[in-house]
Design a protein around this ligand. Structure first.
Ligand SMILES: NC(=O)c1ccc[n+]([C@@H]2O[C@H](COP(=O)([O-])OP(=O)(O)OC[C@H]3O[C@@H](n4cnc5c(N)ncnc54)[C@H](OP(=O)(O)O)[C@@H]3O)[C@@H](O)[C@H]2O)c1
Length: 234
C-alpha cells in the first residue's frame, strides 16, 4: 500500500510567497508528503528542513527574472509551481492611487504571468507539470472597496482560463484555487473583527485548509485536472 507521507516523493515544487500564511502552510504540507520545496519570498522563511529558500522581490522584473533563471539552472524545471505570493488592499476607489494599482497588479498579476511564461513551455516540452494559481473569492465576486485587488485577481482568473485552453492535453495541468477569507497576516491592517461586514477571524479558513485544497489538486490521478476550486468558510 502507498505510504501517504511519500505521495509527493520525487517531486520538486516551487512555492512563491512561502514566508508566511497560505504559502508557508502549503510548503510545510507538500514537504511532509515528500516533495523537495523551493520557497521564494522577500523575507526569511520559517524553518523547514530540506527546503531551498530564495529571497527575491517578485514584483521587481529584474529580481524576478534572476530568481527564475536560478531555479531553472540549479534545479531544472519543477514538477509543480504554486504562484501564491500576493498582496491585499482594501481602499475606496478615490483613495486608490496609480501607485497602489501598479503595486497590486505587479505582485498579484504580472508576477504570476511571468512565472507561468517561464515554466510552462518547459513543462509542456517535458510532457508533464502542474501550475497552481492562487486567486481569491474576489476573482469572480465583487466587493465594495476592493477595486485594485479585484482587478488583479479577476486578471489572474483570466490568465488561468486561457492557460487551461493553451495547455490542455499537453500534460500540464492548470488549477485555480480561490480561497475565501483566510486567517493570515494579510488581514492585520484591516482588523476585520473591529469592522462590520467582515468575516470574524475565528470564522475564517486556516492557511492549512487552503494548503489541503492545493494538495488535493496536485495529488489527483494524472488523467484528471482540477481546473478550479473555490474554498470558503462553511
Ligand atoms: N488571506 C486571505 O483571506 C486570502 C483570501 C483569498 C486569497 N488570498 C491569496 O492568497 C495568497 C497568499 O495570501 P496570504 O493570506 O497567505 O498572505 P500573507 O500572509 O500576507 O502572505 C503573502 C506572501 O506573499 C509574499 N509576497 C508578497 N509580496 C511579495 C513580493 N513582492 N515578492 C515576493 N513575495 C511576496 C509574502 O512574503 P514577503 O513579504 O516575505 O515577501 C508572503 O510570503 C495571496 O495571493 C492572496 O491574495 C488570501
Amino acid at each position: 500500500m502507498a505510504d501517504a507521507t511519500s505521495t509527493l516523493a520525487g517531486w520538486s515544487i516551487v512555492i512563491t510567497g512561502a514566508s508566511r500564511g497560505i504559502g508557508a502552510a502549503t510548503a510545510l504540507r507538500v514537504a511532509t508528503l515528500g516533495a523537495t520545496v523551493i520557497r521564494v519570498a522577500r523575507s526569511a522563511m520559517p524553518l523547514l528542513t530540506g527546503a531551498i529558500d530564495l529571497r527575491a522581490d517578485l514584483a521587481d522584473p529584474r529580481e524576478r527574472d534572476a530568481v527564475l533563471r536560478q531555479i531553472t539552472d540549479q534545479h531544472g524545471t519543477p514538477d509543480a509551481v504554486i504562484s501564491n505570493a500576493g498582496a491585499f488592499l482594501i481602499a475606496p476607489l478615490a483613495e486608490t492611487s496609480d501607485a497602489l494599482v501598479r503595486e497590486q497588479l505587479a505582485i498579484n498579476l504580472e508576477a504570476p504571468f511571468a512565472i507561468a511564461r517561464h515554466f510552462l513551455p518547459a513543462m509542456r516540452s517535458r510532457g508533464h507539470g502542474n501550475h497552481i494559481l492562487v486567486g481569491s473569492v474576489a476573482d469572480s465576486r465583487p466587493f465594495a472597496g476592493n477595486a485594485a485587488y479585484a482587478a488583479s485577481k479577476y486578471g489572474v482568473r483570466g490568465l488561468h482560463e486561457v492557460l487551461c485552453e493553451e495547455f490542455r492535453g499537453t500534460g500540464v495541468r492548470c488549477t485555480l484555487i480561490s480561497p475565501g477569507p483566510t486567517d493570515t497576516a494579510a488581514w492585520d491592517p484591516v482588523d476585520p473583527d473591529a469592522h462590520e461586514g467582515f468575516t470574524l477571524r475565528a470564522d475564517m479558513l486556516r492557511p492549512g485548509d487552503v494548503a489541503d485544497a492545493i494538495v488535493y489538486a496536485l495529488t489527483v490521478p494524472r488523467h484528471m485536472q482540477i481546473e478550479s476550486l473555490r474554498v470558503g468558510p462553511a
